[in-house]
Design a protein around this ligand. Structure first.
Ligand code: ACO
Length: 276
């Protein structure tokens, strides 16, 4: 019997082959992100983290958009009219899913950019581990075009992947760019033709789904935290994180890998993962 998953309204989840395809689902509004969508995404991400049908998340959009950014009507105009405390609570829902949860999520995440990607949409895009775009998808830091700064946490997020010259160029001009350019800028791993997008994303997701999930989680966390540290602290932290990984890994991957390579000579780590 299928366990129900939250969402179904502003967010749609489809399971297949261990992949949870999570769709931002307001296609009539180009998947602009409202406060309601944020609440639903928080519930969905919380549920998928412990749902066995999901080994990998693909975040994408319904219809012809990934997401047209924050919903100007629901997220800005409507929250301008409420108290500062209420507004802060609404913003907190968005911060929670767009970066805090996604950045340190227990399962690997791939953003599949299928179309329009503007402003606030850069945050979840960047906070997914990996990203693949339709080469014709259209991106833009359009904030300047309607009189705001790339806020929320967009300015910070782009600075982690883009060089300063490129980031400031797009912040200041609001010029659009396509998926191929997004690849050059380091915002996505690959840009592929529209008719290859889903299949290429599926291929990559299935590679991740085959790995030892504990070690994969630890490796992602280790990279993301070590990035913020100096060399001395990173060396100390990574050694400890390595020991913790061995301790929490129910599959005992490290021992299996060593035995299969050194004793049984049944696999070579340089060519692929050990026999699970
Ligand atoms: N906020 C609220 N509503 C939106 C948003 C948005 N970000 N984006 C699109 N919509 C709505 C439109 O108002 C329209 O609603 P309606 O049918 O009730 O009139 C509907 O979605 C369809 O949008 P169109 O503009 O008709 O679609 P089109 O395909 O012609 O254009 C495009 C798509 C280019 C994405 C355009 O909608 C657009 O420029 N959207 C805003 C992009 C943007 O700058 N986002 C904000 C970035 S800043 C930030 O996120 C903080």
């Amino acid at each position: 019997e299928e366990k129900p998953v939250p969402g179904g309204n502003d967010v749609l989840v489809k399971f297949d082959e261990g992949i949870a395809w999570v769709h931002l689902n307001r296609p009539d509004k180009r998947n602009a992100m409202s406060v309601g969508l944020a609440r639903e995404m928080n519930a969905v991400l919380d549920a998928l983290e412990i749902d066995d049908r999901c080994k990998v998340i693909v975040l994408t959009g319904s219809g012809d958009a990934f997401s047209a950014g924050m919903d100007l009507k629901d997220f800005f105009r409507a929250t301008d009219a409420i108290s500062d405390v209420e507004r802060h609570r609404a913003y907190r829902e968005t911060r929670a899913w767009q970066w805090r949860t996604l950045m340190y999520y227990a399962k690997p995440t791939i953003a599949m950019v299928n179309g329009w990607c503007f402003g606030g949409a850069f945050t979840p895009l960047i906070c997914c581990d990996l990203a693949i775009a339709d080469e014709a998808a259209v991106f833009g830091l359009s904030e300047i075009n309607w009189g705001i700064i790339p806020g929320g946490v967009v300015s910070k997020a782009i600075s982690t992947l883009m060089g300063d010259r490129e980031a400031l160029y797009y912040v200041m001009t609001g010029e659009k760019f396509d998926g191929r350019r997004a690849k050059e800028l380091g915002l996505v791993n690959e840009a592929v033709p529209a008719d290859r997008l889903r299949e290429r994303t599926r291929e990559l997701a299935l590679i991740l789904a085959e790995k030892n999930p504990t070690v994969l989680r630890q490796a992602r966390m280790a990279y993301k935290y070590a990035r913020e540290m100096n060399w001395e602290l990173a060396a100390e932290y990574l050694t400890a994180k390595g020991d913790q990984t061995t301790f929490v890994d129910v599959e005992k991957g490290r021992a299996q890998g060593m035995t299969q390579f050194l004793d049984e000579k049944t696999f070579k780590p340089g060519h692929g993962h050990y026999n699970r």
